[in-house]
Design a protein around this ligand. Structure first.
Ligand SMILES: Nc1ncnc2c1ncn2[C@@H]1O[C@H](COP(=O)(O)OP(=O)(O)O)[C@@H](O)[C@H]1O
Ligand SMILES: [Mg+2]
Length: 465
């Protein structure tokens, strides 16, 4: 069905092309013909004028007053251009012509010449003659006056047939060439429309193949231009989709795996429990509750991680940085007995999701408390520069080995520095980095084993992309 649509697109492009070029060709042929004929006529008229001018000059030089003599001399002496005829009439009657033999249409007793012989003012015109040997006649008639009386008329006529024929045959050749190129261009247009639309077909085919089971298909990007850009955009979109799908699937795998552990523990406790032994019941209940707590925290964390990939994850609000930092500082101190310290607070109003940043910073503070003792320092700070906002938690605890520093931001990964000594599921830092990323920011870590760690959240001042 999609293919049919594509054919439609090709056919439509082709039909438009066909229509437009047919109109253009159809218009240009008569226009060109008309223009060429006009040009020929113009040239003929100029020739005719020249003949008349020549006569005027001649008659001025000739002192003779007798019109017959003037005509005689002029017509003997003057041989007109090809297909041009000079006809002299006296007192409304044909007198003589040059050359002597005239075509039927302009012979001495033809209606045209008898009419023109009567004129007392200059006339110019064009007559269509049925005889195909003659074609159009273009003429000029000039009454010749001596003593103020019109005595004769000098007519110059041209039978346009010769030149007209040339124009027409040239036009026929032009039309033939035009028609041939028109059809060649049509074939080309059909092919070009097909080539141009080919990537679209590939796109459609690829899009059809892609399912949620196979997101690996990509469209080959060839050349440049819109089609290549379209393919590239499509591929980029597929890359993003693939990453999102994979991470969602991974999250699901991790989640079910992690949830199985507390369920197994709870089940084990309950199966082995002697219900009559009230002391054992009293000991088991807190253990079970503890595991259930762990489960609900885990689910809570997983939900945050899953939501963090959604567009509406953040609710951005304007926050006073100094006030915000001080409130967080007070809240953190409840986490445990440590040497708490406020490094610095930035000044100004920032745009962040307040609750999410608090959540991230509390995760970091919680970790700091976990990996320090009561003698250690934990410091909180914030600052701001032209482009960024910084929040950090610094501790003088056990530190993190270099080889673990990248890994610990992944889900369910814990460093070797703490194995078995503290409780945790390894989601805290993934949440911190997810919250930073959703603000278009990042987390940096500086840490040395036995010296301590600093986790720094760096956010752009303008969190929107
Ligand atoms: N302030 C810190 N000092 C030392 N190690 C830390 C600190 N914060 C995090 N870590 C290491 O990073 C790991 C991952 O932290 P996190 O993602 O919060 O998981 P969890 O706290 O559940 O173990 C921790 O298990 C710990 O090994
Ligand atoms: Mg943690």
């Amino acid at each position: 069905m999609l293919n049919v649509k594509l054919w439609e697109a090709r056919t439509r492009i082709f039909a438009w092309y066909l229509g437009l070029s047919a109109i253009l060709v159809g218009l240009s042929i008569p226009v060109f013909t008309q223009l060429a004929i006009l040009q020929v006529d113009q040239r003929v008229r100029e020739d005719l004028k020249e003949e008349l001018d020549a006569f005027e000059k001649f008659s001025q030089e000739d002192s003779d007053q007798d019109i017959k003599l003037i005509f005689d001399r002029f017509l003997q002496y003057k041989i007109p251009a090809d297909k041009t005829f000079l006809i002299a009439t006296i007192n409304g009657k044909f007198y003589r012509s040059s050359p002597i033999s005239l075509p039927q249409a302009i012979s001495g007793d033809s209606s045209l010449i008898t009419d023109l012989a009567q004129t007392t003012s200059p006339i110019r015109g064009k007559n269509l003659v049925i005889d195909p040997q003659v074609g159009d006649i273009i003429y000029k008639a000039e009454p010749i006056k001596t003593d103020g009386h019109s005595q004769g008329v000098l007519i110059v006529a041209n039978i346009a047939q010769g030149e007209r024929k040339e124009v027409i045959s040239a036009m026929i050749i032009a039309i033939e060439v035009l028609v041939i190129t028109f059809f060649l261009a049509l074939i080309l247009a059909w092919k070009v429309a097909g080539t141009v639309l080919k990537p679209v077909r590939t796109l459609i085919n690829t899009a059809n193949i892609i399912s949620d089971k196979d997101l690996t298909q990509r469209i080959p990007v060839r050349g440049q231009g819109e089609m290549a850009e379209l393919a590239q955009t499509f591929n980029n979109m597929m890359n993003r989709l693939e990453v999102a799908f994979r991470s969602q699937r991974q999250l699901l795998n991790d989640a079910s795996h992690e949830l199985r552990t507390p369920i197994t523990i709870v089940r084990g406790h309950l199966e082995l429990l002697e219900y009559d032994d009230s002391q054992e019941v009293a000991e088991t209940i807190p253990l079970v509750l503890d595991e259930l707590d762990r489960m609900s925290r885990l689910i809570e964390d997983l939900l945050v991680l899953a939501r963090s990939e959604r567009r509406d994850f953040l609710i951005l609000k304007s926050v006073d940085l100094d006030d915000f930092t001080r409130k967080m500082y007070r809240k953190m101190q409840g986490l445990g007995e440590r040497q708490w310290q406020l490094d610095s607070t930035g000044e100004g109003t920032i745009k962040i999701d307040r609750d999410r940043i608090v959540q991230a910073m509390m995760n970091l503070a919680h970790n700091a408390v976990k990996y320090t003792t009561s003698k250690d320092t934990i410091a909180l700070g914030s600052s701001i520069d032209e482009k960024h906002i910084y929040f950090w938690i610094r501790d003088t605890g056990i530190g993190i080995p270099l080889e673990d520093q990248k890994k610990i931001f992944c889900r369910f990964v814990r460093s070797s520095n703490n194995q078995n000594t503290t409780k945790g599921i390894g989601l805290g830092l993934s949440i911190v980095s997810a919250i930073a990323r959703s603000h278009n920011g990042r987390v940096e870590l500086f840490s040395q084993v036995d010296k301590g760690s600093t986790f720094k959240i760096i956010l752009p001042k303008n969190p929107e992309p």
